[in-house]
Ligand binder design. Structure first.
Ligand SMILES: NC(=O)c1ccc[n+]([C@@H]2O[C@H](COP(=O)([O-])OP(=O)(O)OC[C@H]3O[C@@H](n4cnc5c(N)ncnc54)[C@H](OP(=O)(O)O)[C@@H]3O)[C@@H](O)[C@H]2O)c1
Length: 252
């Protein structure tokens, strides 16, 4: 049976489009009160307009720590608490290793790592006070294994995000045993991710074998509240990662 979200207050960043918008819709249909965050207010309002339950839009640039803190405060003001916080906003980059400029890696850290850290720091005291909560960071299969050479800086930023989350599990395992630190690992998803990447495409929709944002949202909604903390949106993808690690370990 599908995981129920009634009585869950869920914050989703990057909710104006793609995976975030689909996730906002999915948890709303399952009963959640949803707080949607992104920079484009009109798109946020359009997504919120299609939701079933109560929602709040908070225009937020997640690269700005003060704005992320404000997002948290607005969520609590409106709904009294946060049960689930999903750091989903992110951006790709299309450059090979030798093409990378001196600030490109910094940009990837700015867009893909620090916003998640800001979200984790904003919500952690609240989870500590309540003794419970779910924090999810949307990573990528590319954080687990290199796959597309021109995505090296993106891959590296998602690997940093994975490590940050895994360390949080360790740091708070004893003091906050009921706080879940989830990493979501999508493969290719048919959104505007490719089009929005720094230095342009390819369009994610042109890559064979991808998933729709709605499919990803269903898997994520099913797995956020219980089950494995590493959430592969294609369960069979785990085998690919294990095989990659095994081969690496066997290389002379
Ligand atoms: N699509 C894929 O193939 C794929 C695969 C693996 C992982 N992912 C990850 O999945 C997540 C969602 O990507 P997507 O595919 O849905 O991409 P998308 O269609 O480009 O959507 C990105 C979302 O992030 C928001 N965003 C970007 N920068 C932001 C900022 N500074 N502040 C606030 N919001 C910001 C955008 O909203 P605004 O522009 O309105 O701010 C938009 O809502 C990302 O973390 C991405 O790395 C995607």
């Amino acid at each position: 049976m599908a995981q129920n979200y009634s009585n869950q207050v869920v914050v989703v960043t990057g909710a104006s489009a793609g995976i975030g918008a689909a996730l906002a819709g999915e948890v709303s249909r399952r009963g959640a009160q949803v707080v949607l965050a992104a920079r484009r207010q009109e798109q946020l309002q359009a997504v919120a307009g299609g939701l079933k339950g109560e929602s709040l839009c908070v225009q937020t640039d997640v690269t700005d720590k003060a704005q992320v803190q404000r997002l948290f405060s607005r969520a609590v003001e409106r709904f009294g608490r946060v049960d689930v916080w999903v750091n989903n906003a992110g951006r790709g980059i299309s450059r090979s290793l030798e093409e990378l400029g001196d600030t490109d890696l910094d940009t990837m850290v700015r867009d893909n790592v620090k916003p998640a850290l800001f979200g984790m720091q904003a919500v952690l005291p609240h989870f500590r006070a309540r003794g419970t909560g779910t924090l999810a960071n949307v990573s990528s299969m590319l954080g687990r294994m290199p796959f597309a050479p021109f995505r090296c800086a993106y891959s590296a930023s998602k690997a940093a995000l994975d490590s940050l989350t895994e360390n949080a599990r360790l740091e708070y395992a004893k003091s906050l045993p009921k706080v879940r630190w989830v990493v979501v690992y999508p493969g290719v998803v048919y959104t505007d991710f490719g089009n929005n990447a720094l230095f342009g495409g390819p369009d994610s929709r042109s890559i064979p074998g991808g998933q729709t944002a709605e499919e990803v949202a269903r898997v994520v909604a099913d797995g956020l509240l219980e089950g494995p903390l590493d959430l592969y949106t294609r369960p069979e993808a785990v085998e690919g990662v294990l095989e990659y690690v095994r081969r690496g370990a066997q290389r002379p």
